[in-house]
Design a protein around this ligand. Structure first.
Ligand code: F6R
Length: 605
């Protein structure tokens, strides 16, 4: 949610910062801006819209000699997307970019206005800038000014700050929002996340909460003391490129089989699940009496699938909570409650707040995270990375698939360690997950043309329903979210038996109802539910297990999943609904990788 970047060094600061902004654009893309230090002056350029617009504005002006710049790509919170609200903001001799929210900006603003400070935008950021500048003018000490302002600002922020009095220098501080600094051969960088820095260097350091750093051409100094403990990432720049695909989302869907294997492989030893490399030994599993899975959006949907698997195989009561609810309406817990926080980005504000809340309550926490070294990964008592690689499309695909597969393996491990399944069974399930899940996904990918035909049947509709039971209902929720977020078609997921308790009144002639039916024992029930909506005019599309009989008369369109176990079905149905969403959005000519109003990493509440 908003991306910030900065560079100070020996050359081409504007070029580097705009390149980084292009990579960070998935964090927000309603306006963009840059501040460059040019001949001792701070110069700002900004635009409503995307980085391409900023590049157009910057083109034609020679900027090769600029050695220091900061940039921002915005996802609006305070104030509409506009030129005036775009970052960088400047007050007096201070200029900054910000990711996060300064919650008490109104009271700070009226106090500063009382002191004669003039604000032009609707943003909280400009107020933060005004506050730093206020203290700076009083003390002429940048550290003192930033720390005094920071002590007053409530909320979350990662700030990159330039002062007109200090040529080619960037100050940066984080509180609640992520911030990485990096060391290159050509100078020092900072960014909201590591992917934006990979084209320039692999040596990085994640700032800790409250840490204030000063970057100049030759050094990075942490105010609180100590040298940054530089680490080397193995992330490659290639991984964050489209690689010939039309969209990142498509590329990431194709990457899923490999990503699943990559997430599981190091956690299977002699055919059995083994999380000891994550610090989770037998006694860890034995102590678990109850599980809370806490997450947002698709990550929460991954939790819904996982809860079905955990309860089915390990018989451990498992509840799934939306992170923004968990924190303020905490459920009753007991000894032996494990809180699993699932997050692709590792920075989602509500998930992070829930994690902290659970820790305050003395509960054991486990983070299932994709982006390494992120706050959730660092703060959880235990962490297991999903190793999906960088996910650039705003709508998650491989992030979700790897969350489900890792949680699936966790469920098998828990069941085995609790003695609910024997070794033979545990090995068989592990084998299914490792071999079958990627294979059935490949199978569905080959049949993409069939799913395009389904998309042709639905793309002009205004409303669509997904229905399913049990684990298929959990998948329906992800299917529905994927469809609506990228195609902008209103879509809802319903437990198949629940539709007739009200919502069926919305079914009209031709309303698409997509039913997911992968469980043999529930085929007849699903068949009845499809008939109910069909009788009321729905266009029915059935995604079902190959064993389901007489499907021709059952629905208008039938897509049979490849033969597999119940674990494999999860992944084949997932690939199916993801491709339906993708093909539908394509037909509607939507901006698939950057859907309107969204951002990839939601670092505000
Ligand atoms: C939907 C999507 C979001 C995220 C949610 C949580 O496609 O990507 O719903 O799943 O914002 O994000 P993370 O997993 O980064 O915590």
């Amino acid at each position: 949610m908003c991306g910030i970047i900065g560079y100070t060094g020996i050359n081409e600061a504007v070029k580097k910062v705009t390149k980084g902004l292009e990579i960070l654009e998935y964090r927000g893309y309603d306006s963009v801006g840059i501040c460059a230090c040019s001949n001792g002056k701070l110069e700002i350029a900004k635009a409503k819209g995307r980085v391409s617009e900023l590049k157009r504005i910057l083109s034609g002006e020679p900027r090769e000699n600029v050695l220091c710049a900061i940039g921002h790509t915005r996802w609006a919170t305070h104030g509409a997307p506009s030129y005036v609200n775009a970052h960088p903001h400047r007050v007096g001799r201070t200029c900054l970019v910000h990711n996060g929210i300064i919650e008490n900006y109104k009271e700070i603003k009226s106090r500063l206005e009382g002191e004669g400070v003039n604000f032009v935008s609707d943003t909280d950021t400009e107020v933060g800038c005004g506050l730093i500048n206020y203290y700076y003018e009083k003390t002429k000490d940048p550290y003192n000014a930033i720390l005094s302002a920071s002590a007053e600002m409530k909320g979350s922020y990662a700030l990159a700050i330039m002062l007109e009095d200090e040529e080619n220098t960037i100050y940066a501080i984080r509180q609640g929002s992520p911030l990485i600094i990096a060391k290159g051969k050509d100078g020092f960088y900072l960014a909201s996340d590591l992917t934006a820095l990979i084209p320039f260097t692999k040596e990085y350091y994640s700032l800790n909460e409250g840490e204030l750093v000063r970057l100049s051409k030759n050094e990075a100094i942490i105010y609180q003391g100590g040298e940054p403990e530089w680490k080397i990432t193995d992330m490659s720049f290639e991984a964050s490129k489209k690689g010939g695909y039309d969209h990142f989302m498509l590329k990431e869907m194709y990457e899923q089989p490999k990503a699943i294997k990559g997430s599981l492989t190091s956690r299977i030893v002699n055919g059995l699940p083994d999380f000891s490399s994550d610090g989770l030994d037998k006694s860890f599993f034995e102590k678990i009496k109850e599980i809370h899975i806490v997450a947002c959006g698709s990550a929460m949907h991954a939790g819904l699938v996982a809860a079905c698997l955990i309860e089915k195989s390990a018989l451990v009561p498992t509840s799934v909570y939306i992170a923004s609810e968990y924190r303020y309406n905490p459920p009753i817990t007991r000894e032996g409650t494990l809180v699993i926080v699932v997050s692709q980005s590792g920075e989602t504000a509500d998930s992070l707040a829930s994690l902290r809340h659970a820790k305050e309550r003395g509960l054991t926490t486990l983070g299932i995270v994709n982006a390494v070294e992120t706050t959730i990964a660092r703060e959880a008592d235990f962490r297991a990375y999903t190793y999906a690689g960088p996910e650039i499309a705003v709508a998650t695909t491989k992030g979700y698939a790897t969350q489900v597969s890792l949680l699936g393996l966790f469920a098998i491990c828990l069941a085995y360690n609790k003695g609910e399944i024997d070794e033979k069974n545990a090995k068989a399930l592990t084998e299914c997950l490792f071999f079958e899940a990627p294979a059935v996904m490949e199978n569905v990918l080959i049949r993409r043309a069939q799913l395009k035909e389904i998309a042709k049947q639905i793309y002009e509709r205004d409303d669509i329903f997904y229905i399913g039971r049990g684990i298929d209902y959990a998948m329906s929720q992800e299917a529905s979210l994927k469809l609506k977020e990228i195609s902008y078609i209103h879509s809802q997921a319903y437990a198949a038996g629940e539709l007739k308790h009200g919502t069926i009144s919305l079914i009209e002639d031709g309303t698409p109802v997509i039913a997911i039916a992968t469980q043999e024992a529930l085929f007849d029930k699903m068949d009845s539910n499809i008939k109910e909506v069909r009788a009321r005019g729905a266009k029915t599309i059935l995604i079902c297990h190959e064993k389901m009989q007489n499907t021709e008369g059952c629905a208008d369109i039938v897509f049979k999943l490849p033969k597999s176990s119940y674990l494999g079905n999860i992944f084949s149905s997932l690939m199916t609904v993801q491709l339906i969403a993708y093909e539908t959005a394509l037909l509607r000519e939507c901006d698939i990788d950057k859907p309107k109003n969204l951002a990839k990493s939601v670092t505000v509440e």
